[in-house]
Design a protein around this ligand. Structure first.
Ligand SMILES: Cc1cc2nc3c(=O)[nH]c(=O)nc-3n(C[C@H](O)[C@H](O)[C@H](O)COP(=O)(O)OP(=O)(O)OC[C@H]3O[C@@H](n4cnc5c(N)ncnc54)[C@H](O)[C@@H]3O)c2cc1C
Length: 278
């Protein structure tokens, strides 16, 4: 997709790099964090904000290490996370404060250098990372949207996922919120998301109303998650020893029950909006 023309009219045209011109009832802009459609339709929006951290991700086989629980360890300006997957595999992620674009010659060596002396089982897992192909270690600098979009639709275009509300990965919510977007959009569209048959003579066009309802249902929730994810990242990335020590003491002092209750809005806060009367 290179452009969408006539988004405000009844039948926008999607243009592709191959020269195709595709008529559409609705265009779902799911083109990711660097959404070209977001830039085209919200030219005054400030775009992306660099969060000051880079992140590595990979998957290792380690059925013999006896790791059962997921964990995330906060250091000073660095974090390391372990998530058990099926079949003895583990999803590992790590973050570090770094200027945008910083890359080492070998990400495996950098991970070992930064986290190799951390607590068990991190060194043993990094030993598995050492045996991977370097290309199997993903590295992304972390960005979120500098400000919320004024709305998540324009004419017959609806923005979903990172295109709509790119957020820091600290709450593991970017993909989750994209799924919520899709569920709400399908719920609000005529016939649960089937192509709009088009307004009959004199009938009200239901798509713009559905997209306005989509913005009303999703904009504030997704932006609250974006803001919260950024705050959690700031806390996790504290580098000054005193600040990090105060943070660690405060986190330890919060009872698990309260910490879990604090996540209620995130995990139990999803509601399907009422459908528009047709
Ligand atoms: C380090 C890290 C860890 C993360 N951890 C989690 C997690 O634990 N849980 C979670 O829920 N989320 C997590 N996320 C966030 C998650 O990856 C994103 O929120 C999610 O991938 C967004 O999905 P999307 O479909 O909106 O965008 P993307 O996955 O980026 O997909 C966009 C797609 O659009 C395509 N595209 C772009 N431009 C065009 C164009 N012009 N025409 C056609 N196609 C185009 C791209 O090729 C791509 O395939 C993490 C992100 C990072 C960086």
């Amino acid at each position: 997709m290179t452009a969408v023309d006539g988004a405000e009219g009844p039948c926008p045209t999607v243009r592709t790099a191959g020269g195709a011109e595709l008529p559409a009832d609705l265009v779902v802009a799911a083109d990711g964090i660097r959404s070209a459609l977001r830039r085209a339709y919200f030219p005054a929006h400030p775009g992306l904000h660099y969060l000051g951290e880079t992140a590595w991700r990979t998957i290792v086989d380690a059925p013999d290490l006896g790791i059962r629980a997921m964990s995330e360890t906060w250091g000073r300006g660095e974090r390391f996370g372990i998530t058990p997957l099926a079949d003895g595999r583990f999803y590992l992620y790590a973050t570090a404060l770094a200027p945008a674009g910083t890359r080492s010659a070998d990400p495996r060596a950098e991970l070992l250098d930064r986290f190799g002396s951390w607590h068990d089982p991190i060194p043993a897992l990094l030993d598995r990372v050492r045996r991977l192909d370097p290309a199997d270690v993903l590295q992304n600098d972390l960005h979120d949207l500098a400000a919320p979009l004024p709305r998540l639709h324009h004419g017959r275009i609806a923005w979903v996922g990172d295109a709509a509300h790119a957020m820091a990965p600290n709450l593991g919510q970017g993909g989750c919120q994209a799924i919520e977007d899709a569920v709400v959009l399908a719920h609000l569209l005529p016939a649960g998301g089937a192509p709009d048959p088009g307004p009959g003579p004199g009938a009200a066009d239901p798509v713009p109303a559905a997209l306005a309802a989509y913005t009303a249902a999703r904009r504030d929730r997704t932006d609250a998650v974006r803001v919260r994810a950024r705050r959690v990242g700031r806390l996790g990335a504290l580098r000054h020893p005193l600040a990090a020590a105060a943070r660690d003491a405060a986190v330890r002092a919060v009872p698990d029950r309260l910490a879990l209750r604090g996540m209620d809005g995130l995990f139990n806060g999803f509601r399907l909006p009422a459908r528009q009367p047709r």
